[in-house]
Ligand binder design. Structure first.
Ligand code: DAH
Length: 315
């Protein structure tokens, strides 16, 4: 008999002894009960220990070189696949890389300085409220946009700029906002940021570059337009819209806002030690989810984070 079985037998007979309590004189009952309980606890502990020991003894190492057992049906596996957002993000990065952009990855946990100060949001600035930021108990910020990386991108490639080159970086990443979720709003989504600095960067270059990007991504000519926007880290600030093409369900009347952009504010350049009198830059940032939604004419942004296999298998 194994240790465990004999211990369990002992426990059974011990349990029977509880029935004797009623035959014991009142004055001795308490002591009797306490003793029984002590013995029971000790037995239970021994059983747990013996069970744990038996379990680790019984583990047979797996022989990964063993041939499959003959005559057994081969199990069918569902093959996993890349998440559609990651596939599309790769395409986005590929287009920018071919234009000559470097790629950095954004952080998933950031701080007050990179989220606000370095981007020219002074303490108490009302535009801070526009970002619905989450905060951890320790005071870190899961970034509400990929612009949190601008300062790092400027520092990282500053030397290249000062040696007569440019700063040209795109920064994809996951961002988080504490906002109500519906078909067009998610608390977690992806953005791609772009930063370009040279001695003579202009709004015209920026719009040309972004038009090229969207045309490469959607593989067709597109109409774009801008409308004024406001971001503390750009001056002027613009929102870029593209006209929804017929091939993607457009009826000739729909303009979709795709990203925010503008000329980098002198204070943002200064905070990275770049002289705004000598260098000019532009930056932009927009949602990847939105890009993909239009491409596949999806109706609900929440599918992306849902983990619904039925949805994911369509890609
Ligand atoms: N970070 C902004 C947002 O998520 C978008 C944006 C606007 C990014 C202007 C930029 C920019 O780089 O220059 O709302």
């Amino acid at each position: 008999m194994s240790d465990v079985t004999s211990l369990k037998e002992q426990l059974k007979s011990l349990n029977l002894e509880y029935a004797k309590i009623k035959d014991i004189p009142q004055s001795e009952r308490k002591a009797f009960g306490v003793k029984l309980n002590e013995r029971k606890q000790a037995l239970l502990a021994q059983i747990a220990e013996a069970e744990a020991a038996a379990e680790s003894e019984n583990i047979e190492p797996i022989d990964i070189t063993a041939p499959a057992a003959p005559n057994q049906p081969i199990p069918t596996f569902k093959k996993g696949s890349k998440h559609p957002l990651m596939t599309e993000l790769d395409r986005v990065i590929d287009i920018y890389s071919r234009m000559g952009f470097n790629v950095m990855e954004s952080y998933q946990l950031d701080d007050e300085f990179h989220m606000f100060e370095s981007l020219n949001f002074p303490d108490g600035h009302p535009a801070r409220d526009g970002y619905d930021t989450f905060r951890t108990a320790e005071g870190f910020i899961p970034p509400a946009h990929t612009s949190t990386m601008q300062h790092r991108a400027l520092l990282r490639y500053k030397e290249q700029l000062e040696q007569g080159g440019q700063i040209a970086v795109v920064i994809p990443g996951r961002v988080f906002r504490n906002e109500d979720v519906d078909a067009t709003h998610e608390h977690t989504f992806y953005q791609c940021e772009g930063v370009y600095v040279s001695e003579d960067a202009t709004v015209g270059q920026m719009l040309g570059l972004l038009k090229n990007f969207f045309e490469a991504y959607y593989e067709q000519q597109l109409n774009i337009k801008t409308q004024p926007g406001y971001f503390p880290f750009t001056e002027p600030s613009l929102e870029l819209l593209i006209e929804k093409p017929k091939s993607l369900g457009g009826k000739g009347d729909g303009w979709l806002e795709m990203l925010g952009c503008g000329m980098i504010h002198p204070n943002v350049l200064k905070s990275a030690g770049i002289d705004p009198d000598k260098y000019k830059g532009f930056a932009w940032g927009g949602g990847i989810d939105r890009l993909v939604i239009m491409k596949y004419q999806l109706s609900d942004i929440r599918y992306f984070e849902s983990g619904k296999l039925q949805f994911l298998e369509e890609f």
